[in-house]
Design a protein around this ligand. Structure first.
Ligand code: SAM
Length: 263
């Protein structure tokens, strides 16, 4: 039996969530567009070194390399890292990318052979909050040490103040022959979302066959909480946005982007 839920979802059974990542490609162009605008605004020029923390299959890292950034992607999933390497080869950006299998909780050790410091660190699509708050803060602190002065951290995550307003206890997704039923609870004492995902395979006759049950448990943050966490880790808070359109963050914006700078 596996320990933490991330091991089961991303290492032992990576194929299920990989389907969700592939679906996410529909949004990738607008995400890259927003990211490049942010890079430009915060002095991260083409040719800069970007660290993509929890890069998955290179969905964001590879297009950034195609736009002339040099990207190091770190992810805990061996399957996703292999996929990212292949994707970079396919798009002929293997020289502008480096994909490393490793754990962001010890990102300094995982990247000890990387000499120059990064111009920007990115963490996209709610890719933190998987452990406790001390761990998140520690990842931010290690990232700070890996970044050049005036370099930035750009985090994109779910906006808790919107999540509370639109909370849906049950939902499903339909990805070809894979159906995912999602039941959710929000623990108000800890601000953690507890998701019960049940995957089914849809047979040709439409019947559903049970494949896998997963429990996903992660911290969700309000801007105010995240801002404090960045500051406690030594970052200087710059600005927030309500997603990659770069509109202001409000209670109506599903996602939140926070930009912090290394003093
Ligand atoms: C929601 S996905 C986002 C992937 C990618 N950022 C994207 O936007 O396509 C979360 C990612 O976090 C990775 N992850 C989970 N725990 C990790 C850890 N301890 N260290 C590094 N990556 C981790 C997973 O393998 C997965 O690829």
């Amino acid at each position: 039996m596996s320990g933490h839920w991330t091991e089961k979802l991303f290492i032992e059974k990576p194929e299920y969530f990989k389907r969700t990542i592939k679906e996410r490609f529909k949004k990738t162009d607008s995400e890259i567009d927003g990211l490049i605008k942010l890079f430009t605004e915060y002095g991260v020029t083409k040719g800069s070194r970007i660290l993509d923390l929890a890069c998955g299959i290179g969905r964001v890292a590879v297009p950034l390399a195609q736009h002339d950034y040099n990207v190091v992607g770190l992810d805990i999933s061996p399957d996703y890292i292999q996929h990212a390497k292949k994707y970079a080869q396919e798009k002929q950006v293997e020289h502008q990318t480096r994909f490393i299998e490793g754990d962001m909780r010890k990102v300094s050790t995982e990247l000890k052979n990387q000499t120059a410091s990064f111009d920007a660190v990115i963490n996209i699509w709610t890719s933190m909050g998987y452990w406790d708050e001390e761990t998140d803060e520690n990842i931010l602190r290690q990232s700070l040490a890996l970044t050049r002065p005036s370099g930035v951290f750009i985090m994109h995550t779910v906006n808790k103040d919107n999540l509370l307003r639109r909370f849906q206890a049950r939902d499903f997704s339909d990805e070809d022959d894979l159906v995912r039923l999602m039941d959710r609870k929000l623990d108000l004492e800890t601000s953690r979302m507890i998701n019960y995902w049940t995957y089914y395979y849809r047979e040709n006759n439409g019947d559903l066959k049970l494949l896998e049950k997963m429990e996903i448990n992660h911290r969700v943050y309000s801007l105010n909480e995240l801002k404090k966490q960045f500051q406690d880790a030594g970052w200087s808070y710059k600005k927030s946005y309500g997603g990659f359109t770069l509109d202001p963050l409000t209670m109506d914006t599903f996602s939140m982007i926070i930009v912090a700078e290394k003093p």
